[in-house]
Design a protein around this ligand. Sequence first.
Ligand SMILES: O=C(O)CCC(=O)C(=O)O
Length: 269
Amino acid sequence: MQTTTDLTKAGRPTEEALRRYREQGFVHFTSVLPADEVAVFRAAADRLLAEEGPQTWGASEEQAQVHYVEAAWRKHPDLRRLALHPAVTGLAESLAGGPLRLYGTDVLKKEPRVHLPTVVHDDEPGLPLAGLTRTLTAWIPLLDVPADRGCLVYVPGSHRRPAEHRQVHLAGFQDYRPMEEIWPEFPFSPRVAVPMRAGDVVFHDFRTVHMAAANTDGERRLAFAAVYMDSDATYRPGVQDHPVAHLEPGAPVDGELFPLIAVGPGGAS
Ligand SMILES: O=C(O)CCC(=O)C(=O)O
């Protein structure tokens, strides 16, 4: 059986990795980042969490699923380095098959035995963007995430479901509908849990249905997520649009706040 360690060659995804990503809508690469670099990124993430007073993902603190710090790459130079790390962006652009820009980054913490499971969702409706075809997320654990520490869980192939089974856009959170209502097959669809070690990276397509279990372990779950969008995406007013709300609807989302992921022999710019 081919393992995830066989999935890169010279820092690029193998044919098998591309096939998995295409068919399943996610792919897990092991040992992308060395332990000493991960330690630096973890310290930066911890510092941001301590300094920023993290936001809550959930309707209230009692219903929190995750604590997060958004725009982390703009708030700490080491997390900027992580967001633009050539080992990550090189894989991202190869999987996407076209040019990308950095859209956003979050530090994500799931406290043991406190935070609830992360809601079943895909990323498409929560992105205030139009013209997306290849947008994807890199989810990077900064500490090991064994199965009982709130690891991500994916529905393979769910990124290919037809538009009538997707919520393509959310103009406001009042329009939110649970996955089983939008996609009746969801409760019967097999899921894959992805336990990971610090330094691994899992990428998922913006339409792949995913969730995370509660953290029932004794240790916090700490991760960094970067969303890389189609380089020619435009602003579509919607939920969580404060990073782009200064733009006119339909305007390109570009400039130094949304840098191009320039991948070449020299790595990301
Ligand atoms: O960290 C989590 O629990 C969820 C993260 C997520 O859904 C994402 O990065 O797309």
